[in-house]
Design a protein around this ligand. Sequence first.
Ligand code: HEM
Length: 213
Amino acid sequence: MQAVQAALALAVCAGGALPMGSGSAASGSGGGGRALSSTKNQTVFEAPNHHDVQDVLHGWWTVKRTLPLRYLGVTLLMTFLKLYPEHYDAFAGPGAELHGVERLPQNKPFVAKAVTCAYGMSSMFENMEDLPLVEEIAKQVGERRGRDGVTAESLEDMRDLMLHLVTHYHKKYAELFPLGIVESSTRTLNWIVDMMKKGMQRQADKKKKAAPP
Ligand code: HEM
């Protein structure tokens, strides 16, 4: 298990080398996330099915058994900021990028947010058997991130990164993960991010209502 742990750690840290962007599994059509409907700038994805839930639970426990959540959160978020430095402020505060990504583990405000985000993600995955609950968690988190100024685009970037990592791990350690993990994770993360975006919209509507005419 130690060799697997080291390899998983390296894979996360090497995120900068991952092929990002175009045609990712998250784009909805091919990778298992069937879009129910699509309007301008807004795609609505179907909820994960029973198999997706089982696959995600199994896959998540495999990852969590292998890597401490704190480590996972910090390396995931470092990789995220390496790939998308435009989201620096949301995690590390203005100016932190000047010290370089490698210094982030010494930056306690960053570590605190990264760890909270990882534990938050974990609470969603572990409650997958109660989808209405996960839907409400995702909407509430979306509202809070909307209030913090986090954008829908950054949620999509994070989803894409996570799906690249799932694909990478599945290829490398097929024996550790369910066969359909990539499709199941795609459907699940598309749906979670959709619900978070709904929460962001809820927050934006509230703000508009409260604003003086
Ligand atoms: C798939 C995408 C994501 C999921 C499922 C997710 C989930 C969560 C959850 C459940 C929490 C804990 C609850 C809370 O404090 O609101 C959290 C915390 C946090 N998330 Fe994420 N998140 C995602 C993406 C992002 C992105 C893209 C950003 C910023 C660019 C972000 C920034 C944060 C921060 C800063 C916190 C800590 C809030 C605080 O206590 O100060 N998250 N996330």
